[in-house]
Design a protein. Sequence first.
Length: 184
Amino acid sequence: MGVVLCARGMLWNRTYYDGNTDPPACHRWLLILIRAYAALFLALLIATLSSISPGQSTSFITVRVLNAKNGRPLKGAMIGLVDPKREKPNQNPIITSAKTDADGVVNFRIPEGVTDIVIFYGDDLVDRCTPPSPFSVDEIVRSGVIGANNCPHGKFQYQGMRKPGELIIFGRPLSWWETMKRSE
């Protein structure tokens, strides 16, 4: 009987079925849970708003790395972005770097003020097939860019559409013999 009355008790009204102003035990956990979710939501809202400064313009791009021979995704390739306009000795030209996932994709956040990027491969396991020329961040974000496939070992022609925010580049995994020669 207590459970039925408790389930029918008024949650938002401070007077409960027994005339007491303290909530029954079954409602206490619900009130605690609601307060915890409200506090978590408020903390996330404050953290999000504090990370965005006025006038800050960041772009997000996706880099897709495809095998130059067969068009399959290159997973585990270390890809980095360089800002070609950082010429001062105290400024690191490397913006960021990350490894591609199983789909050959890595997502990057481009900081404010960077207008062009150059892609580099950060490991000796992949041979570059897209030339290291600067790519316009605005063009990547607006319409997408497909880099050239200049690999002498394979001439895969990408037949897909360009997607806004995506840069497609080509690489080739090195054979074990090429890896051995590079390590010497």
